[in-house]
Design a protein. Structure first.
Length: 79
């Protein structure tokens, strides 16, 4: 009889500190259900990842959570 060992890895976790923060943010966003293109865009922005994930955990759709936390455009820029 052979015993098969399986490794249970936790997604987006590594044994040490994250080496690529953008890749880690992308992974966390994808795990939370963000569409790939939106997750890619958000991973590169200076947006509060924890706030995004809290909104989604509370039932907010990912697209709406991104809109809620997106920076407000400068009204002077449209002049």
């Amino acid at each position: 009889m052979t015993i098969q060992q399986t490794s249970h890895t936790v997604p987006c976790r590594s044994p040490g500190p994250p080496l690529d923060v953008v890749a880690w943010r992308l992974c966390r966003l994808r795990e939370a259900g963000f569409p790939a293109s939106l997750a890619e865009a958000l991973a590169h922005q200076r947006i509060d990842l924890h706030a995004l994930l809290q909104l989604v955990d509370a039932g907010c759709p990912p697209e709406l959570a991104a809109r809620i936390l997106s920076p407000v455009d400068d009204p002077r820029a449209s002049r």
